[in-house]
Design a binder for this molecule. Structure first.
Ligand code: MG
Length: 391
């Protein structure tokens, strides 16, 4: 089946890998209908020309004129403003959406894709962390397929072809452990920006690389898995696996365990999400088990990496807690990247904001919040995190 894709976040790391996959699949299998980006109009224009897009969306409306000029004579339509991406998704020519935007800015377009019954390939964490229950409900009501792009969730999605969610006893998410896996708590507390940006196995954007160093990335993935597979938190576990060869596993009720393995390469889960249920050829680095030699596993050190316990706390609280958790982390992470706070303060601040929210934040105790309540909690948590960091 030929798909017509709208790619949200085309200029970022996952966006670029997705366009590699489109090149690999060729126009007879996938056509790029639309591309959306935040501010990088130059790269967006170049991508739109190369892939023959019909429409582009730029969230930063001040870049509109330059983008129009760069696309002069191509006939490619330019949409601009914060709702431009959602308008691309709504276009009748689109049947598949890959959401690789980072942040809450991607939410309206993702919810629109579910409402329109598109195949929704999800790489935007916030859509599940902030609005997991809302998104799930919309997808079911409108027949949208939710397919994960994140390597861990893709692995679980693939392993679940061997048995149903109801037959699953446990989802085991693997974590590389990040660059500080073997560091002492004291050394970690004052780690530098450069040290935190050195990921041992995956080459990714700066935000997700810092989140891997704090294990916040894994914490967010626990929350994502809970909503994506609709399993209770007690059926989700994290295990550290430094080689990043096993991308995650499912243990079934009969004791059988299915794992998905492969060399770390984001193009693999991206392509699978686009072509599912088909598997099509893709050139990757050779998978050589003898050369890999050993696959090792260890428990998460919860004292050095408190973010994972915080994720389970978020799931216990439910409602808007995921939004608070994510927003506080984003603010603290940005402060660390700006050199304003120490590495150890990222997760500490996030935990503190979560505590304050439970005591006096908006939307606390609401079991099934709507989007407005989620976004209000998100705004509150950002302000509260800034207040924590400046005091
Ligand atoms: Mg991941």
């Amino acid at each position: 089946m030929k798909r017509s894709l709208v790619l949200l976040g085309s200029t970022g790391s996952i966006g670029k890998s997705t366009l590699d996959v489109c090149r690999n699949l060729g126009p007879e299998r996938i056509s790029v209908h639309g591309l959306a980006a935040g501010t990088n109009w130059e790269r967006l224009a170049q991508q739109a020309r190369e892939h023959g897009a019909k429409q582009v969306a730029i969230a930063d409306a001040s870049k509109r004129d330059r983008l129009v000029e760069a696309l002069g004579g191509t006939g490619i339509e330019v949409l601009a403003g914060p709702d431009a991406a959602a308008r691309l998704v709504a276009h009748e020519a689109c049947d598949t959406v890959l959401a690789a935007v980072t942040g809450a800015a991607g939410l309206p377009a993702v919810l629109e894709a579910a409402r329109r019954g598109r195949r929704l390939c999800l790489s935007n964490k916030e859509s599940l962390v902030l609005t997991g229950p809302i998104l799930g409900q919309l997808a079911r009501a409108h027949g949208a397929e939710l397919i994960p792009v994140d390597s861990e969730h893709s692995a679980i999605f693939q392993a679940l072809r061997a048995g149903s969610c109801a037959e699953a006893k446990k989802l085991l998410l693997t974590a590389s452990g990040g660059p500080f896996r073997e560091w002492s708590a004291e050394r970690m507390a004052t780690a530098s920006r450069e040290e935190a940006l050195k990921h041992p196995t995956w080459d990714m954007g700066p935000f997700i690389t810092i989140d891997s160093a704090t294990l916040m990335n894994k914490a967010l993935e626990v929350i994502e898995a809970r909503w994506l597979f609709d399993l209770p938190p007690e059926k989700i576990e994290v295990v550290v696996h430094p080689q990043s060869i096993i991308h995650s596993l499912v243990e079934f009720v009969d004791g059988s365990v299915m794992a998905q393995l492969g060399v770390p390469d984001m193009r693999v889960p991206i392509q699978y999400a686009l072509t599912f249920p088909a598997r099509l050829p893709l050139e990757t680095a050779p998978f050589d088990l003898a050369r890999i030699g050993r696959l090792t596993f260890e428990e998460v050190d919860r004292a050095r990496f408190p973010s994972v316990d915080l994720a389970f706390e978020v799931l216990r609280r439910g409602g808007v807690a995921g939004a608070v958790f994510n927003a506080a982390n984003e603010v603290a992470r940005a402060a660390f990247l700006d050199g304003a706070i120490a590495f150890g303060a990222i997760v500490r601040t996030t935990g503190r904001v979560l505590e304050r929210h439970a005591a006096a934040g908006p939307g606390r105790g609401v079991a099934t919040p709507d989007l407005e309540q989620v976004l209000e909690a998100d705004r509150w948590a950002r302000e509260e995190a800034r207040r924590c960091l400046s005091s």
